[in-house]
Design a protein. Structure first.
Length: 179
């Protein structure tokens, strides 16, 4: 029981450290030596070429899904770019321990619907155990998703944003023998 308690406390510490460091919990573990997040792929490895400095264009709500979430998208997009130079990640809750999002181009107003949402997964030993969320930076094309994608699997998933789409670069997950 002592080992499990230690693991839980270590997990909680990593969530606290990353929340304080980035403003929201991102999928990673704290490096015990200097309390900095440690990721399998670093944000600076996938830099953005330019950062949009203008006023965000009103998002174009062209389908039923974007119109259904118009308030979330319009309000979130007003904040301006926070990802890959000219894009705004607009996150919203989709239930208990569920995180969904849209990607909005601040320069053109185009809204992208990602192919997944994340939910918590609670399988011990899997990277990101007990977490869900996204990690991203304005000056990087890297998006890190933690949790179960579309309620399947679980772990940390590293995507590159290129040509207006997310492409999986790396997945850190473990499959249970119980499934």
């Amino acid at each position: 029981m002592k080992v499990k308690t230690h693991a839980i406390l270590k997990l909680l510490w990593s969530v606290i450290v990353t929340t304080l460091f980035f403003g929201h919990a991102i999928p990673c573990f704290a490096d015990e030596e200097n309390n900095k997040p440690r990721l399998a792929i670093q944000y600076e490895q996938l830099p953005t070429q330019k950062i949009f400095k203008g006023n965000p264009v009103t998002p174009k709500l062209k389908n039923a899904t974007t119109r259904r979430y118009r308030t979330v998208i319009l309000e979130g997009a007003k904040k301006g770019p926070n990802f890959a130079g000219e894009y705004t990640i607009v996150e919203y809750g989709c239930g208990s321990c569920c995180n969904a999002f849209f990607i909005v181009n601040a320069r053109t107003g185009k809204v992208f619907i990602p192919p997944f949402f994340t939910t918590c997964h609670y399988e011990e030993g899997v990277p990101g155990y007990g977490n869900t969320g996204l990690g991203f930076h304005i000056n990087s094309n890297l998006l890190v998703a933690t949790g179960a994608r579309n309620e399947r699997g679980g772990g940390e998933y590293y995507y590159i944003w290129k040509n207006d789409r997310l492409s999986l670069l790396k997945a850190l997950e473990e499959r249970s023998n119980n499934k």
